[in-house]
Design a protein around this ligand. Structure first.
Ligand SMILES: NC(=O)c1ccc[n+]([C@@H]2O[C@H](COP(=O)([O-])OP(=O)(O)OC[C@H]3O[C@@H](n4cnc5c(N)ncnc54)[C@H](OP(=O)(O)O)[C@@H]3O)[C@@H](O)[C@H]2O)c1
Length: 303
């Protein structure tokens, strides 16, 4: 597994990260399988584990804590998020300083850590990034409870704004073959010495025909999520079917290699519930995208 620096944070991270979210964190996905994936990721050299207070209806973060129990976490970038929380089947939002501090303290307990390597605000509006909130975040750092601070948003205006905030060390953006328009923003982030994490690097599986691949209950869930909330990915993902017919690499590996070809990205944080997929994805760290494949991707993006 190759490593990259994460901006100015002082962390060096694996270029493939594990997303502890979605189906992985749900009680319907067996605990044993979920923990086995994290352990295999650790064995494969993954040092980035990304979760959030609201992920999997609040179940993902404590599950990640159980998976890491007894493991050496000293060189890991365990990243979590605050500002959203599970409220039954709904996701609530609260970006007040008190709520963010309380959320960080709960995350420490859930994850079994003495300090959070990375705390990210989860989808804030620009108006919510108040001086009071930024001071509260700095306060968490000063108390030694948080090492680095980030913003996760799929709204380029929010990320653009966060790049101008000295308090923010890291941004997590949605970057994959379907999102070449993020590239100028990522370049700006790197120029501002911010670490860049790529979330959704596999376009949620939609370049691999996720909605037509129904082999387990998680596939139904991912297909429903795609059809209800991510129609654009489902439709435009179909243009990238050629990625699944390349010699020498799978479609998922090509998708990850595309993200990692951008040297301003520190880590591609992917989600999986299958050991075979995990193995395949970790191996993508050693692969380079052939120039002709990159040209095909650019042509498909331009269509
Ligand atoms: N999506 C968001 O809205 C969002 C927001 C903020 C942050 N993030 C971060 O980004 C991480 C990843 O996002 P994500 O899980 O939504 O999207 P993703 O990593 O782009 O895609 C996950 C999908 O790809 C499939 N997949 C994984 N490896 C595969 C392989 N080798 N071959 C075929 N299919 C494969 C997974 O199915 P299997 O389970 O079958 O492998 C799953 O359906 C999250 O865990 C989180 O940490 C995401």
């Amino acid at each position: 597994m190759r490593l990259r620096p994460l901006g100015r944070t002082g962390f060096t991270v694996s270029e493939i990260g594990f997303g502890a979210a979605s189906w992985w964190g749900k009680p319907r996905f067996p605990e044993r399988s979920a923990l086995a994936l994290v352990h295999a990721a650790l064995d494969g050299g993954v040092t980035v584990f990304d979760t959030g207070a609201s992920y999997s209806a609040g179940q993902a973060e404590p599950r990640l804590g159980r998976a890491l129990r007894g493991r050496d976490t000293s060189n890991l970038l365990v990243a979590t998020k605050a500002g959203t929380f599970a409220e039954g089947r709904r996701i609530g939002r609260d970006f007040t300083p008190a709520a963010i501090v309380a959320s960080a303290e709960r995350s420490l307990a859930n994850l079994g850590l003495e300090a959070l390597p990375l705390l990210q605000l989860h989808g804030p509006a620009i108006a919510e990034l108040t001086d009071e909130l930024l001071a509260a975040l700095e306060g968490l750092k000063a108390r030694g409870l948080v090492r680095a601070l980030g913003v996760n948003s799929f709204d380029p205006a929010v990320i653009g704004y966060a790049l101008g905030l000295p308090t923010i060390d890291v941004v997590m953006v949605d970057y994959n073959v379907l999102r070449p328009e993020r590239e100028p923003l990522i370049a700006r982030a790197a120029a501002a010495a911010k670490g860049v994490l790529a979330g959704m690097p596999l376009a949620m599986g939609h370049t691999g025909g996720q909605v037509t691949r129904l082999r387990g209950p998680q596939d139904l869930w991912y297909a429903a999520r795609g059809l209800l909330r991510h129609r654009r990915e489902v439709t435009s993902g179909a243009r990238f079917g050629f990625l699944n017919r390349l010699p020498g690499m799978t479609g998922a590996q090509a998708a990850l290699a595309y993200v990692l070809a951008n040297r301003d990205v520190a880590c591609a944080v992917m989600g999986t519930t299958r050991m075979g997929h995990l193995t395949e994805n970790l191996a993508a760290s050693e692969l380079s995208l052939p120039v002709e494949t990159l040209a095909q991707i650019r042509a498909a993006q331009a269509r």
